[in-house]
Structure formats: C-alpha cells, structure tokens
Ligand binder design. Structure first.
Ligand code: SAM
Length: 241
C-alpha cells in the first residue's frame, strides 16, 4: 500500500460515523438513489455473485441484496471502521463483509457475475491496476458499474467549486468535527479526472460497451462496462465423445 493509500485509509477510518449523514446532505438524498441505480444496472442474475468494492457503509451492497435476495453479495473495503458501520445495518446479515485493498483482490479469476463500486476510483493510487483487478475477477460477459464524482465544468465550475470548498469542510466541522477529512473529500473530487477519461481507462483495461450518464449537474456520474465474452472455440477439431 502506498503512503497515499494509507492516508486515505486513515481518513475513512475517522469519518465512518458521520459518512452517511454528510453524504445524504451533500447530495440532497441523491446518493441513495444512485446506489439503487448502480445495483439495478449490475444485472446480477438470481443466485449470481456480486462484488461491491469500497463498499464503505454498504449502501450499494444492501441495495443489490434488496433487489436480488438470492444473489451472493460480497462487500469489501480497506477501512475496518466503514465495514463496521455496514455490518450494523438492517439486511447486513445476508452479505459477506470483508477487508480488501482494491489494488489486490484476493478472489479467483472469473469468480463474480458483476462488480460495483461507489467513489472508489478517485481515492486509489493506481486506477489502471484497480480496473484490471476488476476485469480479472469478473466472469466473461459480466458487468462493472461505477458511481463516481466528476469535476465540475463550464459555467458551473466556479459555483460548484466554491460551494464545495465552503460546504464540505463546514459540514465536516459541524457534523464530524473533522474539517481536514472533509477537506480531502473536496480536493479529491475537484481534482479527479472527467468521466470521458474514466471511460477511456475502462476501455484500456479491457472493458467493452463502456458508457456513462451524468448526475446532479454533472458532479456525479454512473459508468458501466462489460467484460468481453469468452472467445469461442474455433471448432476445427472433432467433437469430443
Ligand atoms: C467515499 S467512500 C464510498 C463508500 C460507498 N461505496 C458509497 O458509495 O457510499 C469510499 C470508500 O472507498 C474505500 N477505499 C478507498 N480506497 C480503497 C482501496 N484501495 N481499497 C479498498 N477500499 C478503498 C474507503 O475506505 C471508503 O470506504
């Protein structure tokens, strides 16, 4: 783990108790709705397996569980304190919660039907590696669905940047008593790459049919992609008995 990763881990281990409240306030309730949309777009089949990386307090994993109660859902994060919040939520018993670093997933190749994550990529030190880990653990034809923040652009840029610079640290101070942690969330959001660039990195990692839809005046985005189906046998040999 790099120094930056450890720093990020430390921040989420500090803000676990206030995370859901501040997220709800910042997105005016949009976050819960987008998480339900991510769970729907993942299209996990009945009895299938879904991996929610950077699950945090488990909002996407729990939405997926409600949508498809027969699916096997695994929620992973490298913050034990965020996972502890997830474990307390109604419905959490039916989900496997585990520690994992997104750069190094300890799951077998092609072991999940779908992979989801919310607000992971802007926090990691190596986006291409994290995406290729996701491709590795997905079954051929499996879907990845991503919720991310996006840096504000155009006319909104000044207003949103100014708003975030004031509102996030202030909420951090008032609700979490931790202005610095929410200062990090502000700078990681404003400094992250735009959705088109994330989509390009997803294609470079090997995903196909990559697309995205912006939310909340372009400050949030849902992206999706598919692992290419397995190449068919060329069929030159004789059929096995
Ligand atoms: C902003 S929270 C998002 C939580 C949840 N996905 C949501 O949408 O509410 C980001 C989460 O990513 C986790 N995270 C950041 N980098 C990670 C990494 N390298 N491996 C695993 N989890 C990571 C943090 O611990 C934190 O819980």
């Amino acid at each position: 783990m790099t120094d930056r990763d450890s720093q990020v881990q430390g921040i989420f281990n500090r803000i676990n108790a206030s995370y859901d409240r501040i997220n709800g306030l910042m997105t005016l309730g949009g976050h819960a709705r987008w998480c339900r949309e991510v769970a729907r777009l993942a299209q996990v089949p009945p009895g299938g397996r879904l991996l929610d990386i950077a699950t945090g307090t488990g909002v996407i994993a729990l939405a997926a569980r409600r949508r498809e109660p027969r699916a096997e859902i695994v929620g992973v994060d490298f913050s034990e304190n965020m996972l502890a919040e997830a474990r307390t939520k109604p419905g959490a018993d039916g989900i496997t919660w585990e520690f994992a670093d997104a750069h190094e997933l300890r799951y077998a190749d092609e072991s999940f039907d779908a992979v989801t994550h919310g607000y992971l990529l802007r926090n990691v030190s190596d986006v291409p590696r994290v995406l290729s880990e996701q491709l590795r653990v997905l079954k051929p034809g499996g879907r990845v669905v991503v919720l991310e923040t996006a840096p504000p652009r155009g006319l909104l840029k000044l207003a949103v940047s100014a708003g975030m610079s004031v509102v996030l640290p202030l909420l951090g101070q008032l609700v979490a008593k931790d202005r610095d942690a929410y200062g990090y969330l502000k700078s990681s959001t404003l400094g992250f790459i735009p959705p088109a660039e994330v989509a390009r990195l997803m294609r470079e990692a090997g995903f196909q049919d990559v697309g995205y839809e912006s939310k909340y005046l372009g400050t949030n985005v849902i992206l999706w992609g598919t692992k290419p189906p397995a190449a068919r046998d060329s069929g030159t040999g004789t059929a096995a008995a």
